[in-house]
Write a protein that binds this ligand. Structure first.
Ligand code: ADP
Ligand code: MG
Length: 416
């Protein structure tokens, strides 16, 4: 029996193919993956597949770049593209996916069946061992880095500027490094006006743009050399800085972003992606590779309204909203808008509600994350309270214990 994976943000194409299974010489097993960022796991856990059918949402440049990487990694699998119009990419990008057929949607049932049967017969999948299948217990969803697996990617986004994305990304990077001891890299995808290096007082010699200028024979070369383009903060956190000037930034495409993030996550346990306040194609490319997506807003009407537009846009783009975390920042009580009113607007809830804190400016001047510079400040404790939720349970308990407020009397005695 052949195995077919249908990859698309919607389920329509998979449904059509499922409805046709009795027209195949032998009914195939059809799996549908609607979360593009999760395709790696599906390929690994439910594969091997004979055929991958890529639906119209893969017809972007970043989608095609991803397909190319998949077909390079799984040369035995055949790929069929089913797009509704000529994708927004060059013929070359299409050819380089290695697909063996291109269907134009809407497509006649007979054409799909013929195309997929042909693809399946061309697949060179090794026969599965004929042992009785044991039922595997599904592993619990865990966000711990695992050896020989790509690192975990967190992207920090917002609809409006000045929400604290860079602030949150630098602190989360420090937090993960401190508590897990694992390697952490921040990729500054705020390509035009990136401020990660400024916030950490770093002087990068190279940037993401330089890394993309390499003439690599293949992706493993980029991966082997990517660290040479980073700058390391005193705390051990690595940074891949934004380009030096906006004209360089303009030349970075969504497939470039996919390449960079693939390379970085193959070298680091955790990757934090800082972004500009917009749903640019380059940001969408990062979303596709992200395990968790933080969306930030500040406590003012335009920011809250735009957060809501941002979230419904993500929904329309079929970005997996299960993995969203909302953070409300600079939340002060007397600004004429009530925190309770805002939280009611977002039924998914906020992972953290953070106050405006003067310690933040001080930390920026020191080039340190506020959680490192002022660990006892209320803002640092509140941040740790939300951030710890991504850690395994034993570490969470440790964070809770160590970030609990110290007894005031002792603090006075010891001068802090
Ligand atoms: N909770 C906070 N309290 C005080 N200042 C903050 C807080 N969060 C962010 N800031 C400051 O606000 C400014 C904008 O934050 P930043 O992280 O650069 O936003 P973004 O990256 O979303 O544009 C920075 O100067 C930052 O230090
Ligand atoms: Mg920023």
């Amino acid at each position: 029996m052949s195995k077919i994976l249908v990859l698309d943000r919607g389920d329509t194409l998979a449904e059509q193919i499922r409805g046709l299974s009795d027209q195949f010489d032998e009914a195939p097993k059809i799996t549908s993956c609607t979360r593009i960022g999760a395709v790696g796991e599906v390929l690994e856990e439910d594969g091997p597949f004979d055929v991958l059918v890529a639906g119209p949402s893969l017809g972007t440049r970043s989608g095609l770049a991803r397909l190319r990487i998949i077909s390079e990694e799984l040369p035995e699998m055949r790929m069929v593209l089913a797009f509704s119009r000529r994708p927004d990419a060059s013929l070359r990008d299409i050819v380089r996916t290695g697909a063996i057929d291109l269907l134009q949607l809407p497509v006649e049932d007979a054409d799909i069946v013929e195309s997929l049967q042909r693809a399946a017969s061309l697949a060179r999948r090794a026969p599965e061992p004929s042992v009785i299948e044991t039922v595997a217990t599904p592993e619990p969803e865990s966000l711990e880095p695992r050896p020989n697996r790509p690192g975990i990617v967190y992207t920090i986004s917002s609809a409006t500027g000045g929400c604290g994305k860079t602030f949150y990304a630098t602190n989360l990077a420090w937090f993960l490094h401190k508590w897990t001891g694992k390697s952490v890299c921040i990729v500054d995808l705020d390509l035009q006006f990136g401020e990660v290096s400024t916030a950490l007082r770093l002087r990068p010699k190279y940037t993401i743009f330089d890394a993309l200028q390499r003439e690599d024979a293949d992706e493993s070369d980029l991966q082997a050399h990517i660290e040479e383009y980073m700058v390391v903060h005193d705390t051990g956190v690595h940074v891949l800085a934004a380009p030096r000037d906006p004209s360089e930034a303009d030349r970075i495409t969504p497939p470039d972003v996919t390449r960079i993030l693939e390379a970085v996550r193959n070298r680091f346990d955790y990757v934090l992606v800082d972004t500009p306040p917009a749903l640019a194609e380059t940001v969408l490319a990062a979303f596709d590779l992200s395990d968790l997506l933080y969306v930030m807003a500040t406590l003012d009407l335009p920011s809250v309204r735009n957060m809501s537009v941002f979230l419904s846009t993500l929904d329309r783009l079929r970005i997996d909203t299960d993995n969203l975390r909302l953070v409300l920042n600079k939340a002060e009580t007397d600004v004429g808008i009530d925190i309770d009113q805002v939280t009611k607007l977002f039924p998914q809830g906020f992972e953290s509600i953070l106050p405006y804190a003067k310690e933040v400016s001080r930390s920026i001047n020191l080039g340190m994350p506020v959680m490192a510079a002022s660990p006892d400040a209320e803002i640092s404790r509140l941040m740790a309270g939300g951030m710890k939720l991504v850690l395994p349970a034993d570490l969470q308990a440790q964070v809770t214990q160590e970030t609990a407020p110290k007894k005031a009397g002792l603090r006075r005695l010891f001068g802090k």
